[in-house]
Design a protein around this ligand. Structure first.
Ligand SMILES: CC(C)(COP(=O)(O)OP(=O)(O)OC[C@H]1O[C@@H](n2cnc3c(N)ncnc32)[C@H](O)[C@@H]1OP(=O)(O)O)[C@@H](O)C(=O)NCCC(=O)NCCS
Length: 178
């Protein structure tokens, strides 16, 4: 863990169809998907890229490319989307950073921004993340961005495949008094 300065120079850019190459690297590689059920097929990645690129209505979430440094390097992906958990509609958040950018605080900084964006939607939804219990870095990120560990759970990801995960969450802000 050396240069952590880049994390202070970080922005989120809405996902574009032209980011397919990024998704191919993040979701098509055995190393970056070791805690995500393994590499996805090229077809699945193309569909995921199309879904990420859609700017939906309020409540449908958003995906971003993580941009870092003075040259605007693309370092990874981060975002939030609606999910169902224990009978409630929640925001689920997720992140992924290219190997050459890891270890600089980028995922932590980007996830912090996404938690703020999901909260700013003003919907009465808790924000959850479900990293594998074995994903040391992602569990550290959850703790550092202020999520609370609710406990272990069995989580389906990808569809049809179950993983032992930690449930990290933060409750929505209470409605402001008028
Ligand atoms: C998980 C991942 C996003 C971390 O990205 P990153 O930018 O390197 O993370 P950060 O630099 O913000 O580090 C976050 C914390 O994890 C720790 N960490 C980073 N890489 C680690 C590793 N390989 N092993 C153990 N801890 C690690 C860091 O030390 C830091 O904790 P600290 O501040 O207490 O020291 C990245 O490894 C990745 O993309 N992995 C593959 C995809 C994935 O698993 N996504 C998450 C699904 S829930």
């Amino acid at each position: 863990m050396t240069d952590r300065t880049v994390a202070t120079d970080l922005a989120l850019r809405p996902w574009s169809v032209d980011d397919l190459w990024l998704l191919e690297r993040l979701m098509g590689d055995p190393a970056t998907t070791v805690h995500l059920g393994g590499p996805e097929t090229p077809e699945k990645i193309r569909r995921r890229n199309a879904d990420y690129s859609v700017t939906g209505e309020a409540g449908s979430g958003a995906m971003f490319a993580i941009i870092v440094g003075p040259d605007g390097d693309v370092a990874g992906s981060v975002g939030y989307w609606p999910g169902e958990w224990l009978g409630e509609t929640i925001w689920e958040i997720g992140w992924s950073v290219l190997p050459e950018f890891q270890g600089r605080g980028i995922a932590t900084a980007a996830t912090s921004l996404v938690v703020a964006r999901a909260s700013a939607e003003g919907l009465p939804r808790a924000i959850h993340a479900f990293p594998s219990v074995e994903n040391t870095a992602s569990n550290a990120i959850c703790r550092k961005v202020g999520l609370t560990l609710r406990g272990e759970c069995d989580f389906e990801y990808p569809r049809g495949s179950w993983m032992r995960c930690n449930d990290w969450a933060v409750d929505p802000d209470p409605p402001s008094a008028v």
